[in-house]
Design a protein around this ligand. Structure first.
Ligand code: ADP
Length: 266
């Protein structure tokens, strides 16, 4: 166990779980799941006890990113109740909506169903002692997201965006959603993903393919922290597809994810 403390004053959000961190994005495809997966791995590598829930009903991609698509979480009886046993991979305990349904069913799930599934994942799973329970939320700010966010005692939210104008506009909506009085989830900060591209043969060049400085500006406007900038790197995509997160490999990239984890944990 580590000496991580809870970020909400009222004490632990669940017996044994100190912090619930929601990872969200306004827009799909900006790398929310990639950031959630690598953040979870980086927090675990830093010595924390970490769980990860994939609640992205539209595209549960965590099982692929963790190379456990064909594993099923176990069920055990405890005090006369069924308890879900999370899968363990790369030092992270994880449960995905995608592991319990086939992905074609998952897209037609409505908010109340998704939120009761999420609540069960949180309260009826054998998480044990966790410093961080990271939740990969679906993208967007529809009713489903409101229901999901309200279902869970979230400690803080991490909003992922690319520096592109349309992504930033949607990230702003995400930030505003968390700030609504009936939601009132503290925003831990913003992550700018796909910030720049550096070709191997021109290692000193940064190409700002989706624009430059957008994440910083949005963070300043909302008085939240820019927790990290992650470049576009082929190995991030390859690591996601091959089921071995980039944060597992030592080097510049995992350093970037370790710094992100440090900033989230602060
Ligand atoms: P979202 O969860 O926002 O829909 P994903 O995390 O599934 O997005 O990412 C979408 C695609 O982009 C995936 O194929 C992923 O591997 C890739 N990707 C995400 N971030 C990066 C990055 N920084 N560099 C390269 N590819 C990335």
């Amino acid at each position: 166990t580590s000496n991580v403390t809870t970020k909400r004053d009222e004490g632990p959000v669940l017996p044994g779980v100190k912090n619930i961190i929601a990872v969200s994005s306004g827009k799909g495809g900006v790398g929310k799941s990639t950031i959630a997966a690598n953040l979870a791995v980086a927090l675990a590598r830093s010595g924390a006890d970490v769980g990860l829930i994939d609640a992205d009903i539209y595209g549960p991609s965590i099982p692929t990113m963790f190379n456990c698509e064909f594993e099923q979480p176990g069920i055990v009886q405890e005090d006369g109740k069924n308890k879900i046993v999370p899968i363990q991979q790369y030092g992270v305990k994880l449960i995905s909506i995608g592991l319990l349904t086939n992905s074609e069913d998952a897209v037609v799930w409505r908010g109340p169903m998704a939120s009761s599934a999420l609540r069960q994942f949180i309260s009826d799973a054998k998480w044990g002692e966790l410093d961080y329970l990271v939740i990969d939320l679906p993208p967007g700010t529809s009713d489903i997201h409101l229901t999901l966010v309200q279902a869970v005692p979230v400690t803080g939210a991490v909003v992922v965006t690319t520096p592109q104008k349309v992504a930033l506009a949607d990230a702003q909506k995400g930030i505003s959603m968390f700030k609504q009085p009936q939601i009132n989830v503290p925003i831990l900060g913003l992550v700018e993903n796909m910030s720049w591209f550096t070709p191997e043969e021109l290692p000193d060049n940064k190409y700002y393919i989706f624009g430059e400085g957008g994440g910083q500006k949005l963070a300043e406007k909302n008085e939240v922290e820019l927790l990290g900038q992650i470049p576009i790197v082929q190995t991030i995509r390859e690591s996601g597809d091959s089921g071995y997160p980039a944060a597992m490999k030592d080097g510049e990239l995992s350093d970037a994810f370790m710094r992100l984890a440090e900033n989230v944990a602060r």
